[in-house]
Structures are given as C-alpha cells and as structure tokens.
Design a protein around this ligand. Sequence first.
Ligand SMILES: Cc1cc2nc3c(=O)[nH]c(=O)nc-3n(C[C@H](O)[C@H](O)[C@H](O)COP(=O)(O)O)c2cc1C
Length: 202
Amino acid sequence: MTKLPSQALHEFLRSRRSVREFQPRPVPDEVLERILDTGIYAPSAHNLQPWRIVLLRKPEVKRKLAFALTERMRRDMAAEGADKEAIEARVARSIRRMDEAPVALLLNRDVDVVRRDAPPEHTMAVQSVAAFALQLMLAAHAEGLGSVWVCWPLYAQAETRAALALPASWEPQGMLFIGYPAESPVPPPRLPRNAVVWEVGE
Ligand SMILES: Cc1cc2nc3c(=O)[nH]c(=O)nc-3n(C[C@H](O)[C@H](O)[C@H](O)COP(=O)(O)O)c2cc1C
C-alpha cells in the first residue's frame, strides 16, 4: 500500500533523533545554506526574527569556544563539589564533541529585538529562537544530517560573548552540532498523549 504524503511526513518528523557522534565528512556549503535558508522560515513573535547565529566550522575557532565553555564548566562543577576526575572527564568529552562536530551553530537572540521592553516580550523572543532551532534541526534531518542541541553556552554567556567577540546585544542561548551521523540512536521514550493533553469539558 502506498503511503499518503502526510503519513510519510509524520514519520519523517518522528524520526529525527539527537545525534551526538558524527562522521568527519564535511557538510557541503550548498547543503548548509539550504538548511539556514529553511531555518529562517520559522515562526517568531510579531515576526521579529530575533535569532542571530554564528557559524563555526574552523577547528581553531571551535577550539577557542570549547576552551572558554569548558573553563566555565570546570568552575561550575567545582563549585557544585564534583571531584577533579569527573570534571576533567566531562571537560575532555565536551572538547572532543566540539572538535568532532563538522558544523557548530551558536544560537543567540538579539536582546534589542523586542517590541516592548517587558518580560513576556523577552520570553517570546527566547521561544522564537527555540522555534528557529527546531526548524534548523528538521531541515538538517531532511538533508540526511544529524544534529543535537547543546545548552552549554547558556551557562557561559559572558565567556561565549568574549571568546567570539559577539555584538553586545547578542545573548547566547544554545548551540547546534550538525554533521553526517555516525550513530543511529534508539528513540528515547515519550510520554503518551493522554499524559500531556488535557481536554477541558470532557
Ligand atoms: C533546550 C535543549 C537543551 C539540550 N541540551 C543538551 C545538551 O546539553 N547535551 C546533549 O547531549 N543533548 C541536549 N539536548 C538534547 C536532548 O537530550 C534530546 O532532545 C532528548 O533526549 C530527546 O531525544 P531526541 O532529540 O533524540 O528525540 C537538549 C535539547 C533541548 C531541546
């Protein structure tokens, strides 16, 4: 039986996985450009498109950011009482992950891009960056690429800004690693629909 196009699309959406191991194969420029061009069709509050991204591909630039992020990671883990061995293992793993990701996209929001300087407007801008990130991940998936969202820059906003000399209004939110997958992760469990949907009036 042939599948309806909508069924195939649902399967496609459900089959995206967070990929954490990549092949060393580079991502061609035209593929990356298509992903970025699709990313910008994401929805955003008031259509303000507050997302700003930094493309990181050069090994020395990724290293620079990795060192800045892991320096902060070291301090935070030490403050939480982690032992030295655990800290160094985590730092080494993080640096390796960044080294091995063919493409890293630093996700920022421009804090100056809000309609009014009010807390809900700032929250909507952060939500808009998240919508943009998912759109990029799905566009990467459409190209047969894997991706994962990492939160590290959110814990080291000042260090990230300084390492990359970002404009003052760019607030780091997270980072995507993108590349050809070197693993096929098992889908992590999902809550069933009835655990997350509550219909009022039933
Ligand atoms: C906001 C956000 C932050 C995340 N941070 C990390 C992270 O720091 N490191 C990591 O390996 N995965 C991170 N993930 C990926 C999640 O662990 C992953 O999406 C989740 O386990 C579900 O798996 P799936 O994406 O394969 O469906 C993050 C995802 C989101 C949406």
